[in-house]
Design a protein around this ligand. Sequence first.
Ligand code: KIV
Length: 278
Amino acid sequence: MLNDSFLPTISAPSEPARSAKDFLQAKLEGRKLSMVTCYDYTFARLLAASGVDGILVGDSVAMVMHGHPSTVTANMDMMRIHTEAVARGAGGKFIVADMPFLSFRKGVPAALDAAQVLMSAGANAVKLEGVDGHEDVVERMVQSGIPVMGHVGLQPQSVQVYGGYRVQGRSEETAREIARQADTLQQLGAFAVVLECIPAKLAGEITAALRIPTIGIGAGAGCDGQILVLQDLLGMNTGHRPKFARTFSEGAHAVAEAVANFDEAVKAGTFPAAKESY
Ligand code: KIV
């Protein structure tokens, strides 16, 4: 297990964000924001020592950690358990937790109850996909002291409607719809909005039009910040890699090599050595 001496001391170029207000300030100052997903204590401890501005306990946990084919099967139990684990390790990093499929579509009281579970688990903010039909939920959350991050463009919880994961907003009409939804979220008091898988030009236009920061994933360089799934950026994903998911490490290779070395050492009788024995 980790101990503090193991943690790297890579200094961040600037003070990372600590609150929703810091996100807005970063936009005002033209500072880019970085976010990554995280679902567990060990990685949260490593991220605590990094310069990233925020951690998202994404509902992608259902796919990345539980092997489900989509995020539709994420539920409140799953989100609560992973949010608690991340919060134990995150050392004060700003944590956003995803509201899972339908948890914010059953009226304001049910949505507030669900948000309360995530905030009590250690989240500093919640993220909801879309806005049409739950404007009242977003508004009441904001009025109740819950920072809300929006999410427009590709909304993975709607994968059954799309029939797959596809770039959204390619036509004039759908582009206008996405821009309108982002603007509505700003008007309702969201502190930031994720733009997922939309053309870079559209993301740039939305970013220029909003006072709140945009956090892009597959939405080009014109956003105010970027987010990636941690396992994608670490190169742990050996399956399909979306075009936007740059790998910053060869994680899968590192794991395979380490496990092969362990296996070889056990079978050669060189592990454990005397100094590793009691
Ligand atoms: O759940 C998730 O990982 C997300 C990001 C892709 C933004 O919502």
